[in-house]
Write a protein that binds this ligand. Sequence first.
Ligand code: FES
Ligand code: FE2
Length: 401
Amino acid sequence: MERRTQMALLHRLFELIDSGGTQLNDACWQQSTEAYISAARLAWEREYLFSRYPLLVTHGSHVAAPGDYVTDDLGFVPLLLTRDGEGRLHAFANLCRHRGARLASGCGRDARAFVCPFHGWCYDLGGHLRNLVPRDGFAGLHRYGYGLVRLPVVERHGLVWVLPKAGAHIDETRLFADLDAELAAYGFSGFSHFETKVLHARTNWKLVIDGFLESWHFNVLHRQSIAPIFLSGVGLADRFGPHVRVVYPRRSVLQLRAQPESEWDLLKHSVVLYVLFPNTLVNWQGDHLEIWRVFPNKNGAPGECVAEASLYTPEPARTDSAREHWRRNMELLIRTVVEEDLAVAEDMQRGYEARVQTTMTFGRHEPALAFYHAQLGDESFTQKAESDRVDWSGRMRTPTS
Ligand code: FES
Ligand SMILES: [Fe+2]
């Protein structure tokens, strides 16, 4: 984040702190609980959100060198990312063109080719079919027409996005939506992977993201864990196209008051959380980066999801004490989310499924929740001008039902 943005945010934070309040939305937001329990809504999300928006897949460090590859199965399209010998990054559907077997698994380095585990068709790192066997069996079929299905991919700020729709195009201007310079300033491309955890929860995927979008609950739900670190209930929320940025100050931000403004540093004294639409959280955690990717469970149940949390550090953890430091960070994060946030979210999901209370309320002091759900296509979204509803490939958005 650029310095002038940090200063502007710090001034806004101190104004809120001095007034004893937090940023307020214009009005309360009534949210239908149907959005969390409806199979039709999930089908729409799959068709629209998870097929027509670029989805953040990974950090670039996993596919940095020629021969690196990553597979990803959290979304509805199985993905294969490769870095070829010329350093070009490719994204493919991870499916063999013969009969659709899964081509590659896991991730790796120094790959030269991918051999299908079913009958042995072989593809290079650029997705070209190199060996079509047995030759007699496929007489008349030319291997040039049987490369892997290519998907649009963008690598920027150390992060990799894939649009899981063959033949579509990623509009980068729209994707980064005025956050380009701000994300660039973090230097995430030089960060190192420390650890990734995958969590399965019996809750709609949106409830995982909702849990990050207000800090009012810190002093209650998290009173034994992270509450002592933060100024609970104080936060800023701003929209950037479809994305939302949220800032939660740590208590240590108050120390800045005794320092000249030239020494103020927002990033040391706060969490800056970017909800990168539709399903990713990129969280600056004061001294490291945390990425959350959240997906519906592919079995079609609206009340189940999978969330992947990854921790990246500015420097590689080379010593035992560094590893222990980051291990404790990761452990606190996962324990807080699993034992506190997800435990409540799973109860909420069961409550919504009981269908006795069909709406809930986001207060004026929870603006990020309203911003996110407005973008997600709930009630107010359908009232927006049709011209406002253009998807990433330039087509008109499907109205929500
Ligand atoms: S499915 Fe891949 S070679 Fe047959
Ligand atoms: Fe929380």
